[in-house]
Ligand binder design. Structure first.
Ligand code: SAM
Length: 305
């Protein structure tokens, strides 16, 4: 089913299920002998959602290679592990540079507010749909997890006036901020909402603020990408998950985030997925592994000058 204005979800359906998918990949990566990322909260969060295929992936009961082949996403677990590591490193550098205000938009099941060693005095704001925010807070509280920073959550749709809600929660635009938009500017918002989001972030970013995100077009609406989405949907269905992949994203070209920020006074650096694999000391992507939708995605780090 195609996306509609004002549609909502929890972590077991629609766009919310993609947050559970990436958390399951982080949980699987955490089990590896030399983990690229260690996210001890990913598995309990995924178990709490209760989607069988993701629970089995998170619990190490599923052969991830076989799953990746079935859904046509080679190196899926490595991809989300390398991505998480890239942003963990980004936050570590921001902390070293003295930034103490952090905003994670589309935070999903990201547990950085609980698992990273934030410098004293850091405030982390998380923005996502109300049901997503409520589920994560309740589940982590049940297992006795405590935030490692001052954590303030904002349950709101990113197509609505989230900047006002952020400021009502105490965000200070005069303080330099480290922003993160992980796994959302890849088609989950309509292009005009992507531009609105970036145009809202710039005036809220004091000099020295930083921004990191991945961006690109997973589904350009072409017959090839529709066919790829159909095969992926089939693959998930064979594993018991009913998720219409093509219907999750807004089709068509999405915003070149690096170019947009560059025009708004940010110094940007762009990376490809293989750069993240190299940085994480993972085996580089082979030619055949560079064909998937994930390779249409770029990664940007930016500093406001
Ligand atoms: N950043 C998290 C991570 O990487 O683990 C979650 C990524 S998940 C692929 C996409 C997230 O974007 C989901 O948590 C979803 O709820 C959030 N999202 C997408 N569109 C949104 C919207 N319009 N308003 C609020 N959140 C949204």
């Amino acid at each position: 089913m195609a996306r509609t204005e004002g549609d909502t979800w929890d972590l077991a359906n629609s766009v919310g299920a993609t947050a559970t998918m990436v958390a399951a990949a982080r949980a699987a990566a955490t089990r590896s002998p030399q983990p690229v990322v260690t996210d001890e909260y990913a598995e309990p969060l995924v178990r709490g959602v209760g989607l069988d295929v993701f629970t089995r992936l998170a619990g190490g009961e599923l052969d991830s290679d076989e799953l990746e082949t079935a859904v046509g996403f080679p190196r899926m677990v490595d991809t989300f592990a390398a991505r998480a590591r890239f942003y963990d490193d980004y936050f570590a550098a921001a902390g070293k540079a003295g930034l103490r205000q952090v905003v994670i938009v589309a935070s999903g099941l990201d547990s950085r507010g609980y698992r990273l060693a934030w410098p004293a005095g850091t405030t982390v704001y998380e923005v996502d749909q109300p049901e997503v925010i409520a589920f994560k807070a309740a589940t982590l509280s049940q297992i006795g997890a405590a935030p490692t920073a001052e954590l303030r959550t904002i349950g709101i749709d990113l197509r609505d006036d989230w900047p006002a809600a952020l400021q009502a929660a105490g965000f200070d635009p005069a303080t330099p901020t480290a922003w993160l938009a992980e796994g959302v500017l890849i088609g989950f918002l309509p292009p005009e909402a992507e531009v609105r989001l970036l145009d809202a972030i710039t005036p809220l970013s004091a000099e020295g603020s930083r921004f990191a995100a991945d961006f690109g077009t997973l589904n350009d609406g072409s017959p090839e990408s529709q066919e790829q989405a159909r095969r992926t949907t089939e693959g998930w269905r064979r594993h018991g998950l009913d998720l219409d992949i093509a219907g999750l994203t807004y089709p068509g070209q999405h915003t070149d985030v690096a170019a947009h920020l560059g025009g708004d006074g940010w110094d940007t650096t762009t990376f490809g997925l293989n750069d993240l694999f190299i940085a994480a000391s993972l085996r580089e992507l082979a030619e055949a592994e560079r064909q998937g939708a994930a390779n249409a995605i770029s990664f940007v780090r930016a500093i406001k000058t």
